[in-house]
Ligand binder design. Sequence first.
Ligand code: FE
Length: 228
Amino acid sequence: MNNLALTKINYGLYVIAANHNGRLNAQIANTVFQVTSEPAQLAISVNKQNLTHEILLEGGVFSVSVISTEATMEFIGKFGFKSGRNSDKFKETGFKTGHKGVPIVTDYALAAFEAEVTAKLDVGTHTIFVGRIVNCEILSDAEPMTYDYYHRVKKGFSPKTAPTFIKQETKREEKTMKKYRCTVCGYIYDPQVGDPDSGIKPGTAFEDIPSTWVCPVCGVEKSSFEPA
Ligand code: FE
């Protein structure tokens, strides 16, 4: 069985958000599908470990924002690789509140949906939630980001909690010397570029970065990096 066959299936990139009594969270998802047209319903697959899963089970409503190719890796990192348990994902994020009180992320979003959960299916590590769309809108005419674009152009990885995570993915090779790769999110530290946002000047060797430095995309420690 060649699991890489699974990488030939197409997906998009979305932010799913949920609210229960003022407890908000949002996360990146690639598994969002329209499953019926009358009534219009969406299905999403969410990892049981994720805070969004916990809130969604209780709140019973979710939003889906379709993310454009303009989204930065920092934006994807905030929603895809950091947990809402130790960071406020809505700080410095553009969002509005939908009819059902669910937050709808508007940064880099070209369309948005709000849905009420109508069915749940336990599929082991994940729950598939089906939701009836109660509101939807187009926010811009930007290009939707496909999962393929995320991997090929943005050089992004899948977190271990993604339904489509494949172990081989972390073994992808890059030939450039002296660069270091985050083994969690795939961010590449390039000494020529440095990480000016975190105070690391261009021309700083990886070895010379202070041990307190963390991955600017997913927030893991320096020790989670390996030569790229
Ligand atoms: Fe990272």
